[in-house]
Design a protein around this ligand. Structure first.
Ligand code: ADP
Length: 588
């Protein structure tokens, strides 16, 4: 895997987050200034009070200082809270914008990338990393900048004290930072194991509470088994948590001991200076406050460096995915091939899925003639769906070429090429959007056409009787008034969506899978009408459904073994006839 430079990523993260929300940097810088002013005031207030009390000052000014101090702290806290109102919103906005970018990029990368585990995982990691944009500004401004500002007066005060006294204090500080680093490493090393078990825990929790698992759980009496699995993963997660907590507690105890020694040293040093008459009582107090602020600020600065480095690690996941190639979308610019009506030809096409060795399609030669209906048949696993994926250029061929009107489809602008097709996939997806949006996405003003198509597909009544017609949501997942259609109805709705697109090529992958034989007969009669004047390719494993096709292509283990029309194939004594007979006998 590519090794990236953390500090370069940190710089990239800061630059990106700055671009996303400059306003957030402004508000949080204001907040940092207020915070550091408050810390400095807290350090100086006791000294100012002592000055007044021990000096000739009257009671009045002392009260004045107390009021001034209380008011200033109140103002500082209130104004920081007010500023945080804006910064929280800005932070969310930056995080959401990053999430949107990941989503948009995800929709642009080659489809094959989604089926490739590494790319897909990369996308998920990028999506999970977008929170860094929400946090980086807080870290930099509120924590880091505030500590740096506070250090200025602190260092000034400490510079007036014998430098020799500061040595043990600095050593203690370094020791604490070292222990903290060790603890973090220990906690981090346990994190991987914990994350793996946590994933199982969440999965098991989902199985218990998600509707979609509910049927099987009840039917197969799996309640006890699932509960035990949940318990087992919970125990493992808990064991990791306990070890992490233990490391943290050990560190906290050490840190407390260090703070105790620090306190003793500071007071001893201050008492010695005061005893020598080197400093005043008020300076004594200011010194104690300054040392406290010094250790706090240095710790915060170092910790924040570490955190920025950690965030840079997440950011590198985001960057890697965002900078990844866009493949098909970026390549191929020709569009002249798309002007007329043309055949699509597979020439010596072989294919294996990326990252696998086995050829799923072998030296396929076939033509989808313009305006004709082609059926692709074959048994399960023969390569039918894969052939469709290549036709739609969801993948590129491994060898050979696919030509559209004589032009290699790799040279054609991808969006234009996809624009030629409407498809209903075997595993088609409808969305929890309105019926209109499912069919026309964002296009408006074509309701007449939609109703017409619904009528043709026998869905008119089903949609008409809903409360809100085309505005009705599919499923009730996002809307109580949504409608749950039956499997067959949903498939017909997917067909309406494909026909609405009015594309010259229609591809149907196992369109009758969810339909009974009688409905299937009607379906194919209608299909002939629906696809009149268009080139249609449909995939099926039911031989009888291919009667109306102009040409039938028979696939067996990735190879074209026969082709011709129904009459020719059914009398040929080949694979088609054999499969047809088996299926016919079954239906008898
Ligand atoms: P059919 O549609 O004829 O049932 P497919 O085209 O779905 O066949 O599958 C053909 C072969 O390709 C099968 O052996 C299947 O396991 C394999 N295959 C399908 N999809 C993938 C994938 N994404 N990665 C690797 N192999 C796959």
């Amino acid at each position: 895997m590519e090794k990236r430079n953390r500090w370069k990523d940190a710089a990239g993260l800061i630059a990106d987050s700055f671009r996303m929300s400059k306003a957030n940097y402004v508000t949080l810088t204001v907040s940092a200034i207020i915070e550091s002013a408050k810390s400095i005031l807290e350090m100086m207030a006791p000294a100012m009070l002592v000055d007044r009390i021990t000096g000739a000052g009257a009671f009045g000014p002392v009260l004045g200082i107390v009021f001034f101090y209380a008011l200033a702290v109140l103002l500082a806290d209130a104004s920081r809270k007010a500023v945080s109102l804006f910064s929280t919103a800005f932070g969310y906005k930056a995080g959401n914008r990053a999430a949107l970018s990941v989503g948009q990029k995800g929709m642009r990368i080659d489809y094959g990338g989604w089926e490739d585990t590494e790319t897909y995982e990369g996308m998920l990691r990028a999506a999970r990393s977008t929170w860094v944009f929400q946090n980086i500004t807080d870290l930099l401004c509120e924590n880091w900048l505030a500590s740096v500002i506070a250090l200025v007066p602190v260092l000034y005060i400490l510079s007036h004290v014998d430098a020799f006294l500061l040595l043990p204090l600095s050593a203690l500080l370094l020791l604490e930072l070292f222990l903290e680093r060790k603890t973090d490493d220990r906690i981090y090393s346990l994190e991987e194991g914990r994350a793996a078990d946590e994933k199982k825990l969440h999965y098991n929790e989902k199985v218990m509470t998600d509707l979609k698992y509910g049927k099987e759980i009840r039917l197969y009496g799996a309640m006890q088994a699932v509960a035990e699995k949940y318990e087992e993963s919970r125990r493992k997660v808990f064991s990791f948590q306990r070890r992490q907590k233990k490391a943290e507690v050990q560190f906290r105890v050490c840190a407390a001991a260090i703070a105790c020694v620090e306190g003793i040293l500071v007071y001893l040093a201050a008492i010695r200076e005061y005893g020598r008459g080197a400093v005043t009582l008020s300076f004594f107090l200011m010194f104690v406050g300054a040392v406290r602020l010094f250790t706090e600020s240095v710790k915060s600065i170092v910790e924040n460096f570490e955190w920025v480095r950690d965030l840079a690690g997440y950011y590198s996941d985001y960057r890697k995915f965002m900078d990844g190639p866009e493949g098909f979308l970026a390549a191929g610019q020709k569009d002249e091939a798309l002007s007329g009506s043309f055949d699509i030809e597979f020439r010596n096409v072989s294919f294996r899925y990326p990252g696998t060795d086995e050829y799923v399609l072998k030296n396929v030669n076939l033509t989808f003639p313009y305006g004709k209906k082609t059926a692709i048949v074959g048994e399960n696993g023969a390569g039918k769906t894969t052939l469709v994926k290549l036709l739609l250029r969801l993948y590129d061929v491994t060898e050979g070429e696919i030509l559209a009107g004589g032009v290699n489809i790799k040279e054609i602008r991808y969006q234009d090429y996809l624009g030629l097709y409407a498809a209903v996939f075997q595993d088609y997806k409808l969305h929890s959007f309105s019926i209109r949006e499912n069919i026309a996405f964002q296009e408006e003003g074509k309701d007449g056409q939609i109703w017409e198509l619904l009528k043709k597909q026998g869905l008119y009544e089903a949609v008409k009787e809903t409360k809100r017609g085309l505005d009705t949501f599919l499923t009730r997942e996002l809307d109580q008034d949504g409608k749950d259609f039956s499997g067959g109805e949903k498939q017909r709705l997917a067909m309406v969506r494909a026909l609405y697109r009015n594309a010259p090529f229609l591809v149907l992958d196992e369109p009758t899978a969810a339909i009974d034989p009688i409905a299937e007969l009607k379906y194919f009669e209608r299909l002939k009408e629906d696809t009149a004047g268009r080139t249609a390719v449909f995939v099926t494993h039911r031989m009888a459904s291919t009667k109306f096709a102009d040409n039938i292509v028979v696939l067996e283990r990735g190879e074209v073994v026969e082709s011709g029309d129904f009459a020719a194939l059914v009398g040929s004594g080949g694979l088609f006839e054999k499969l047809f007979q088996i299926q016919a006998d079954f239906y008898k």
